[in-house]
Design a protein around this ligand. Structure first.
Ligand code: GCU
Length: 682
């Protein structure tokens, strides 16, 4: 089937297990849905479609008639049945988006209930019920509830208006601006379904390197059409706003955030947007970063810029997400320190509806970075996590790498901001400092490719982002398990073999790309493939030699007191821990330390030999991934089997390319042999 990848994790193929199939068929015979909001309608439609596929039969559908084995979807406000079940106490704690799945009785009739406080909660619960069946779990005696840990769970599309996608590896932008607003592609609705199924409730449609054109009336009508299409699925639309728009669109002489005319221009523009889109989410802004305009062009601070836009959005309940990804080659300071230096002093200076969006990693979405030091350092400001789902630095659309372990590693990192146990996750979900807003953004990896994400397994990263934004306590394994059962098959051999491949893949990639804390040694600009030799570029911090600092004496970036002292931006406990190479976790060794080639690491090997081992282990592991995948021939559909097989072959070739290139290059400094027992680089 050519559409095998298109259906993502919402395949709804008929359940194979006969016992379960019987149970499901018996339990779900009728559907009652009271109320007919657009969201309840899509919930009902999804339930019908899912059950039709999974159980191979249609449900009888009625507005009120409760028979035995009825599925009831509703809120206490819209549904008499839900109201009569007296679920107030249970629902109370679940917030606006949480839900409850319950097997119970109504007037003596057995029913299954999906109840929530809002229609969107009902939709989320409906997806959960379908998921139980997709995964092959019992739906008898249900009594489970779920609610999101963060309030804003948002995809960031780096999509340009000409449909190219910055750092996009899966085709062109989904948004067909040319045919909008009149043509609503079915794909928009499938996109919305997929997002709703994992609880994503916002989408920034446009690139952070923004084009002010999207704020013109002509484009706003198109944006409105998308917002209308997504609304039933609980998804709000956001836009990136170019700071200089008042000049470009408003013909003003300045974009100074303290200028009265500029402020008025933004107020009017925002009011215009809300006339079209009454529930518009707000703006995401990249300012004074990599050449983008911003408040500093006028001698103003990031807070001045953010607050001006936040003031325009506040009367409409919009929020402003201001990115902390800033660095400047002209500042004679370690790039890793710059965002903190700029933003930390601004804590407490932002309006209530501002969230500062902090990238995963102070450098730039590297395969492995220690957590960004801003987390825990701005107690008065809600900080959003910005993860990159698109694998800019991690093999792009070609390499199989399951990112949940990376996301989890960072979320679980302890900032020690309020003593031990102050994790990044608690900063992000707002619980550490009792923040009203909280959020996670994921730079999307999807495009017009038939399977959305280029690599069939890259779908898992979209899925994992949504699941972790909803509940960061889920484990990588749980998420992989869910995704595999739904996306490939609940067959235990498929699940266990593919899960093994997924769970090891992140560490494998780090080994063959940037082991032991190495970073930013990728090919120039495109960031694909090795390039540790890159130097002499327009900016020092766009070269590789800036980061690895290899010489005949040793390798690594000294970020301790004897070096850039980026370490001072972390809590005292971490300064001690990371500051000593003996206690610094080895995964961050060369991030924080410059060490001699003969330095002994924990394995007893020299640093040079350890590098050789790590790079070689990375290559070996990819070869094992290939062997494991081969065992699944005939157990998953042939189309995706072949795709993954071919992609793994490329990955094996390129892992070797990474190993050989990096070891041969670093060997010109280390002047030491590759350990005899390892495969020789060519
Ligand atoms: C990276 C990426 C850019 C992107 C930037 C950002 O540097 O390579 O393409 O614009 O991040 O996050 O703003």
């Amino acid at each position: 089937q050519a559409e095998d990848g298109y259906r993502l994790w919402l395949r709804y193929d008929q359940v194979n297990n006969r016992v379960l199939l019987k149970q499901y068929q018996k339990t779900l015979q009728h559907l009652v849905i009271e109320g007919n909001s657009p969201t309840l309608q899509v919930a009902a439609q999804e339930a019908m479609q899912g059950i039709q596929g999974l159980l191979g039969k249609n449900l009888s559908h009625s507005a009120t008639d409760i028979k035995n084995n009825t599925l009831v979807l509703g809120t206490a406000a819209s549904s008499e049945v839900v109201k009569s079940l007296q679920l107030q106490t249970q629902l109370q704690g679940l917030g606006p988006e949480g839900y409850l799945l319950l097997s119970t009785k109504h007037n003596g009739k057995k029913i299954t209930v999906v109840a929530a406080n809002s229609d969107t909660g009902v939709l989320y619960g409906t997806f959960h019920l379908l998921k139980l069946m997709q995964m092959g779990q019992s739906i008898q005696n249900l009594n489970l509830s779920s609610q999101p840990k963060t309030s804003h769970r948002i995809l960031n599309h780096w999509d340009n208006l000409d449909r190219t996608v910055e750092r996009g590896y899966a085709g062109f932008s989904l948004w067909d601006w040319h045919k909008l607003p009149d043509y609503i592609d079915q794909r928009y609705l499938d996109y919305a379904r997929a997002n709703a199924s994992i609880g994503i409730n916002g989408t920034v449609l446009t690139n952070v390197n923004a084009n002010s054109l999207v704020l013109t009336e002509e484009y706003l009508l198109k944006v409105k059409a998308l917002a209308d299409a997504f609304r039933p699925y609980g998804i709000k639309v956001y836009l990136t706003a170019r700071f200089s728009s008042p000049i470009e669109l408003g013909k003003l002489k300045t974009a100074d955030p303290l200028n009265a005319e500029v402020r008025q221009w933004w107020k009017d523009k925002v009011a215009e947007i809300y006339r079209h889109i009454p529930d518009f989410g707000g703006f995401l802004v990249k300012a004074n970063s990599e050449g983008q305009p911003g408040p500093q062009n006028y001698g103003r601070s990031h807070a001045d810029g953010a607050n001006m836009m936040a003031d325009a959005l506040a009367p409409h309940n919009g929020i402003l997400m201001w990115r902390a990804f800033v660095y400047d080659n002209n500042v004679p300071e370690d790039r890793a320190k710059q965002a903190y230096n700029e933003f930390n002093p601004l804590d407490g200076k932002f309006r209530e509806n501002v969230m500062v969006q902090v990238k995963n990693g102070a450098i730039d979405f590297q395969p492995r970075e220690p957590f960004h030091p801003l987390f825990g350092a701005m107690p008065k400001t809600p900080l959003m996590m910005e993860f990159q789902i698109t694998q800019e630095y991690l093999g792009q659309g070609t390499h199989l790498v399951y990112l949940a372990p990376m996301f989890k590693e960072v979320l679980e990192a302890d900032t020690y901001a309020k003593g031990q146990g102050s994790t990044v996750a608690e900063v992000v979900d707002g619980s550490l400092y009792n923040r009203k807003f909280s959020g996670m953004a994921g730079v999307s990896n999807i495009g017009t490719d038939l399977n959305w994400t280029s690599h069939p397994f890259a779908q898992a990263n979209w899925y994992a982002f949504g699941r972790l934004a909803w509940d960061h306590a889920l484990t990588s394994e749980q998420i992989a398990d869910e995704w595999l059962r739904m996306t490939f098959s609940p067959n235990p051999q498929v699940v266990s073999t593919a899960k093994n491949i997924m769970l090891g893949s992140y560490e494998t990639l780090v080994n063959y790309m940037t082991p032991l804390g190495l970073h930013h040694i990728m090919g120039w600009d495109h960031h694909y493939g090795p390039g540790p030799w890159i130097k002499d570029k327009p900016r020092a911090d766009w070269t590789s030699v800036y980061y690895h600092r290899a010489t005949e004496k040793g390798i690594g970036f000294d970020r301790t007191k004897t070096g850039s002292n980026a370490l001072e931006q972390y809590a005292p406990h971490l300064q001690d821990l990371y500051g000593d190479p003996k206690t610094c976790p080895e995964k961050y060794l060369l991030w924080f330390h410059h060490l001699p080639w003969d330095y002994k690491v924990s394995s007893g090997r020299t640093l040079w030999n350890e590098l050789c081992y790590r790079y070689s282990a990375g290559v070996d592991s990819v070869r094992q991934m290939q062997e494991q995948w081969q065992q699944l021939e005939g157990k998953v559909d042939q189309e995706r089997f072949k795709q993954v097989k071919s992609l793994l072959a490329i990955q094996a070739k390129e892992a070797k390319w990474w190993r050989d290139a990096c070891l041969l290059y670093f060997q010109t400094f280390s002047k030491r042999p590759i350990p005899a027992e390892l495969e020789k680089p060519e």
